[in-house]
Design a protein. Structure first.
Length: 388
């Protein structure tokens, strides 16, 4: 904080948190809603977190965007559960909405699907004054954000994440995109949302494994940036999680990192890739079949801990605590004996973090901190994967 500039930067990157009582049509001041501000580059947007927010989506959007037409993009699992409530709230706030539903799952994250959605929203009468709402998990967030980024050269995007992973990770930071045959997320745009609405009650219908996948990224955030949250997670009763404060804490961590490095240029944002080098290798090794991203990242974090013990002085006790915590959230910490390990290494050369033969590998010297290391070799990674 030595120069006025540094101080100004610090102020700019600070996420502002306010908790206020939200006014609803039926009863005044019913829900405690957390509002946290995300600031990146030129943009700043609010993330509202609390129970029962779906019924007030229209009012929340009205504070940010002028009355106009919008499209809700959702998937076949999510739309039947939640879209009607949102549409009612939009109508009462003066917005006209069209609902566009795509098949649930990663296979919908394609350029063809994005093009088809653009055709549909044009057919529904959306124009440059319109906006898009993404209602779903990370797949819908990425697809709808990409559509918002390219339709009429860019219209506002409102994120209503419905998975834990989407709330704590993919809805923050503005990365949007679709997959190509050659790999995931190879086409895309950075398009920050105008507003993010996290209705915590939505998580009640999320299948247990999906919840665990969200916890993989939460544990990652704890390891790289928040030792206190790590202890909280160690003590948490799985049947009694305070999701509102957990989501808020994770939104703040991701927002702080993204604010410093919106376009992934300075290395700060790369810290979010802790566990992802080996994790992506595992996903690729079996062609994304039979292992989810969260499970692969869990295994990748165990490997990253092994490398961190060797190259960054991570104490073994802390490595063991990380493995125990992953296990507590039903995340895998050992690869099956017959897993094609060699394919993990073959996949590493496709990794974006593999630059001119050098790996930019994220290590943790101690829980709550992380740094980028350039002296991790492929041999170190191989040894860690052999041990998995
Ligand atoms: N943009 C980013 O910064 C970023 C970051 C991390 C991940 N991602 C992307 O996110 C995607 C993964 O996201 P995800 O794990 O949320 O997967 P997802 O969107 O496929 O959702 C998982 C499953 O849960 C269902 N579902 C969603 N909400 C539900 C609810 N409330 N109740 C019942 N079922 C529900 C979905 O229909 C789907 O079948 C990947 O494509 C990944 O690349 C993007
Ligand atoms: Zn991830």
């Amino acid at each position: 904080m030595s120069t006025p500039n540094a101080f100004a930067n610090w102020l700019r990157t600070l996420s502002q948190v306010t908790v206020f009582l939200f006014r609803t049509a039926k009863s005044q001041y019913r829900f405690a809603v957390i509002s946290t501000e995300v600031r990146t580059g030129q943009h700043s947007y609010r993330v509202l977190i609390g129970p029962g927010l779906l019924a007030t989506v229209g009012d929340a959007i009205k504070e940010k965007l002028p009355p106009s037409r919008c499209a809700i993009i959702s998937d076949t699992n999510v739309a039947p559960r939640f879209a009607e409530k949102i549409q009612r709230s939009l109508v009462s706030a003066g917005f006209e909405s069209a609902l566009i539903t795509v098949p649930a799952g990663e296979q919908s994250k394609t350029l063809e699907q994005a093009g088809a959605v653009c055709e549909e929203i044009l057919g529904a009468g959306l124009d440059r004054q319109s906006f898009v709402i993404g209602l779903g998990g990370g797949v819908i967030g990425d697809l709808s954000g990409f559509v918002a980024a390219i339709f009429q050269r860019g219209i506002p995007h409102v994120q209503i994440p419905t998975t834990l992973l989407a709330m704590v990770d993919s809805s923050i930071g503005g990365k949007t995109g679709v997959n190509m045959n050659a790999g995931k997320n190879l086409l895309g745009a950075v398009h920050q949302p105008s507003l993010v609405i996290d209705d915590i009650e939505i998580l009640k219908t999320l299948p247990r494994p999906e919840l665990s996948r969200g916890f993989a990224e939460i544990i990652k955030h704890a390891i790289i940036a928040d030792a206190e949250m790590f202890s909280t997670l160690q003590d948490v009763d799985l049947n009694n999680v305070d999701f509102a404060s957990l989501v808020r804490r994770n939104v703040e961590i991701k927002a702080r990192i993204v604010a410093k490095d919106e376009r992934d240029r300075t290395g700060e944002r790369a810290l979010l890739n802790f566990g992802h080098t080996v994790g992506h290798g595992i996903e690729r090794a079996i062609n994304y079949q039979g292992v989810s991203h969260g499970e692969a990242v869990s295994l990748g974090m165990v490997a990253a801990c092994e490398v961190s013990m060797k190259k960054a002085g991570l104490p073994k006790k802390q490595r063991d605590a990380i493995v125990d915590l992953l296990g507590k959230f039903q995340l895998p910490t050992k690869l099956p004996a017959n897993f094609p390990r060699q394919k993990i290494f073959d996949a590493l050369k496709f990794d974006k973090k593999f630059e001119q033969g050098q790996i930019r590998f994220v290590v943790t010297p101690k829980i709550g901190s992380a740094r980028l290391s350039r002296d991790v070799t492929l041999e170190d990674i191989r040894a860690a994967v052999e041990k998995l």
